[in-house]
Write a protein that binds this ligand. Sequence first.
Ligand code: BDP
Length: 710
Amino acid sequence: MIAATGTALTPLSAPVARAEDGYDLWLRYARADAPRGAGLAAHATAIVAAGTSPTLTIATQELQRGVAGMTGTTLPLSATIQQGALLLATPASTPSLPVKTDGLGSEGYAIRSMTVDGKAVTVIAANSDVGLLHGAYHWLRLAQSGESLDHLDISSAPKIGLRLLNHWDNLNGTVERGYAGESIWDWWRLPDWKGPRYADYARANASIGINGTVLNNVNARSDSLTAPYIAKAAALADIFRPYGIKVYLSVKWTAPMELDGLKTADPLDPAVAAWWKAKADEIYKAIPDFGGFLVKANSEGQPGPQDYNRTHADGANMLAAAVKPHGGIVMWRAFVYAHDNPDDRAKQAYTDFKPLDGKFADNVIVQVKNGAIDFQPREPFHPLFGAMPKTPLMMEFQITKEYLGQSTHLTYLGPLFEEVLDADTFANGRGSTVAKVIDGSLEGHRLTGIAGVANIGANRDWSGSIFNQADWYAFGRLAWDTSLSAEGIAREWTKMTFSSDPKVVQPVVTMMMGSREAAVDYMTPLGLAHVMGTGHHYGPAPWVSDLARPEWNPVYYHKADVNGIGFDRTKRGSDAVGQYAPVVAKMLTDPRTTPERDLLWFHHLPWDYRLKSGDTLWDGLIHHYDGGVRYVADMQTTWASLKPYVDAERFAETEAFLTIQHREAQWWRDASIAYFQSVSKRPLPAGSAAPAHDLDWYKAQSFPYAPGHN
Ligand code: BDP
């Protein structure tokens, strides 16, 4: 909670006494120490805002809230310019605006320290009030992080148009792969009851530049398209609108059949197209700025156009025509693989979608997961990036940590996002990064997007742990600007979330930066993937081999036996490498030139294969497992040393979660080694302890009530 009580200023590195429950996220506006507070107050003597729109009111109220929290003083609204004022203006509201807003688009902003009418002021300028709101949040971020507010000369505009959260929230309040409690959407009591949390959700998202939210699970129910549910979605849209956030809905392909008894859902059937057109008209009547549809079709049992021998493009284009007159879009997911297709699962999306390049309507964007399997702790970038030049592709990241320790593990995802965005597809020569594919600059697309599967739930702390909030934050910041560094983002998040005291910032950021790699090490080192427990995906189960579909079984992915381990995706194997640009394919064909972190993703290698460290593959694998567990122990030590600087509540929770993480990292390591040793028949390298239990013990563990899985 914001602790705006008391007048005594807390010295920077003094112990923090107040308890916090995480509700305020990175918008805590904690009281600044005396020198910083004074500096801040000098740059915020009043707000001069031209206009009274709901959005501008939100911006000024946020500035007032922030300054009150940080300095204890009330920031007045003023009609006239005074020394130290914050000026919020657009060219429309202030024709004499002294700051150029060209190139800022409809959402960007400029922040400039300057002299106006002889007074030193800070001007926040934008082309729209939403731009001003983003600018206000930027200024507050600087203020909260203890950055200088002098001589500001900032321009910022997003390159990616759609920056969306995808909620996998069900209408019954559960959240698929959600580890932070129930859904924050109170569907049952909407639209009448609109709790304060919705606006706080919008504030948090606006503060990091997220501009859209898909309200319901991609495994959608038709009910969300009925009149009562459209009214509920409209109530949320009304709350989010002034924050610059649009709502979108996931749709079920067979909704026309389920809701209105149509005989078919064939996209080329005129009655089906007419049904969707009428449905779109109905939605837009209630939500005039409705964003559009997200579709999971012909994937994991969901119906889709292929059921009628039509293509994904046929399906997407029919829906696109329905929303087109209203300016809506269709996000069509490429997460497809079929039970009757014996080909490598990692190849199937490319095989299905690549031939459709150029066949999609201009208001369709294809949403591609970061990797070709499914949000693993590490995956090479998806081969579709760079392979469909005539089609806008948007990124789908998973913020919720289905495969990365769920709610309790501290595994900061910034480095994962950064690694994928920076990956070079070589589609148009060197420097054809994934970021350039999705921001449209590589192939000249105007429709651009990035989505993150939300980690938000009804828990007080929103995300299931304090550190999980950093993943939501990092997603938003990178969506706004893919060139930001994960480390810089961790730094600003830490300053706002805990303290700008370097004694806190440095260790916390260091801890965060290696944490995802540590999870890779204790779960799936050297390019292993998908070895987790069936269904809930919690915990290790590399031995599973009895599930109906081959590609649901961990043994399908690691292919370990007495001779070696790994999935051969070279020409000798599935030839998934052939889906990458020739330069990349060549590199991945040879284990020696394949990045070691992806080694077993692309190659099946003998246990005696020599790693760059000089270790055999077998010994190296064990060393990675050991290193991952050790890293978690080190995080525990670091965290313990921060006790004097962190409030009791957040300290205790993180301490307890790190204890869980350490226990589970050990379990991952031990169970994986017990299993792989049972097939490799090799001794452990010197210094590596035997697993605590035998393999049967690990196999016998069962978790029928693990969260996030129905
Ligand atoms: C997988 C999840 C599953 C989702 C699916 C998807 O395990 O719950 O429905 O992805 O993205 O990661 O559609």
